[in-house]
Design a protein around this ligand. Structure first.
Ligand code: ATP
Length: 458
């Protein structure tokens, strides 16, 4: 198989109704993408699989769907407003934008931390060490300017009265502010988790690489509230559970690895990413973070509300530790697209592109194909109406059967059902497996159960 590149994947996604460039008829809008009819199914299935595994199958985990627009004080407590103004500079030669502190840290291979440096000190360091643009190799920097990592909008109908509000850059604050609401209403006992899937928005400095880093994306994440003495165990369990989840979606182990952080935020006790071998190299898929009592303590301080938990048996009052597991729905979708992609040389000399998605996340589960439209079309439509009550089902009656199979292979449909004379005479259909290309014969009434069994995500 020739090597998968992002460009190849972008082209396939565009041509097959998976993902389109955002606002395309206006020339696009950089780093935004629109999921098409096939892609929306794929991403919904990814989210469903995650929710099933981490919320439905865990009775100590409760879901929420919090508002995107939050009281601006939330972002003071989270530290986002204070950190407004990440130091950034542009390369005048190639017009790329970079974080000055990251440039220094990368240049010094982590031996120099730019955290406490002023902009002037960073500019001096960059000049003295002749640090060049990692993109074009020239040193032609603008001065360092503050960068705003959150999208700002305003609340209020009169411009002069309008208050600033922010599009959330992370979903987790919706869980922290609802900690007591969920605990009380669900009579939840520690350890318990609150999970959420929702949109986040970041004014990323270096967005790009298709879905990998965008300015608007969905996060699937949970915050587990626990006692300090249990926290490291819970952290390690989530590392394993997070890895198993991706492997269970048919991602090869050799393409995944843990990356434990050596540099931690001052409040964090441990942090780890799971990385995937993307076409752009090993990159973060998700994060698992031990955040100590930091988040709840900060919200307690900024809201003035007591967010302590009272142990129902001992009456002990304490601020729980938090273990966070956070994964981008779009980034995982990109990973699954990369992992599924395959180009196979067939015996007849043709090449087929096939997406080997786990059947649970495949956009369409089955395609119905009358062998000859005129003879078998009516029966095929009858079978379509049985199947599409249960599954996302495609119907394709045009072109040779071989061509129709290829179209389904390219969007990863695990099963194709062909309707022919045997269906009309004996009530049987042939069902073809995407991966093995083998066909078996089934009775029409066996179809639904057969497919249901095959597409389970356990
Ligand atoms: P990165 O180091 O890649 O910027 P992060 O450490 O800032 O990520 P978190 O804030 O922990 O990431 O977000 C959790 C997850 O959300 C990431 O592991 C990733 O899957 C996803 N994610 C974060 N930023 C983006 C983005 N700009 N576009 C798409 N997905 C993202």
């Amino acid at each position: 198989m020739s090597k998968l590149t992002m460009d190849k994947l972008v082209a396939l996604c565009k041509n097959r109704g998976i993902i389109f460039p955002g606002s395309e008829i206006y020339g696009g809008f950089a780093n935004t993408w629109d999921f098409g009819p096939v892609g929306v199914e794929l991403k919904n299935n990814v989210k469903k699989a995650w929710w099933k595994r981490f919320v439905q199958e865990d009775n100590s985990c409760y879901g929420v769907d919090a508002a995107i627009l939050m009281n601006p004080r939330v972002w003071e407590a989270s530290g986002h407003i204070q950190s407004f103004g990440d130091p950034k500079m542009d390369c005048k030669n190639c017009k790329t934008r970079h974080r000055a502190d990251t440039i220094i840290e990368n240049f010094s291979k982590g031996t120099v931390s730019a955290e406490g440096m002023t902009n002037e000190e960073m500019e001096k360091y960059i000049a003295e060490h002749d640090i060049k643009c990692p993109n074009c190799g020239k040193r032609d920097w603008t001065s360092i300017r503050k960068f705003n990592p959150m999208f700002i909008t305003s609340r209020g109908t009169l411009e002069e009265d309008a208050d600033k509000v922010y599009l959330r850059p992370e979903t987790c604050q919706g869980e922290y502010v609802n900690f007591l609401n969920v605990q009380r209403t669900m009579r939840a006992k520690i350890p318990f988790a609150i999970a959420q899937i929702g949109k986040s928005f970041r004014n990323e400095i270096t967005p790009g690489n298709f879905l990998f880093r965008t300015i608007e994306f969905e996060q699937m994440e949970l915050q587990m509230f626990c006692k300090e003495e249990d926290s490291m165990n819970i952290y390690n369990n989530y590392k394993e559970k997070a890895l198993k989840f991706v492997k269970d979606l048919n991602v090869k182990e050799e393409n995944l690895r843990f990356h434990d952080h050596d540099k931690l935020a001052h409040y964090a006790k441990a942090a780890c990413d799971i990385q995937y071998n993307f076409p752009i190299g090993w990159q973060e898929l998700n994060g698992i973070h031990h955040r100590s009592t930091w988040d709840l303590s900060r919200h307690q301080e900024y809201s003035g509300k007591n967010l302590q938990y009272t142990d129902p048996f001992t009456n002990e009052k304490y601020t729980p530790n938090v273990i966070e597991y956070s994964i981008g729905a779009d980034r995982l979708t990109l990973l699954l697209l990369c992992e599924a992609y395959d180009e196979q040389q067939l015996e007849d000399g043709e090449t087929r592109v096939v997406m080997h998605f786990h059947p649970a996340i495949a956009p369409y589960k089955v395609a119905v194909m009358p062998l000859i439209k005129k003879l078998h079309g009516e029966k095929a439509e009858e079978i379509l109406t049985i199947l599409n009550k249960e599954f996302m089902t495609q119907y394709d009656e045009s072109g040779s059967i071989g061509k129709r199979y290829r179209r389904q292979d390219e969007i990863g449909t695990p099963y194709c059902v062909t309707i022919d004379d045997d269906t009309i005479n004996n009530g049987t259909v042939t069902i073809r497996d995407r991966d093995t290309m083998q066909q078996i014969t089934l009775k029409v009434e066996e179809l639904v159960e057969y497919i249901k069994e095959k597409i389970k995500f356990i």
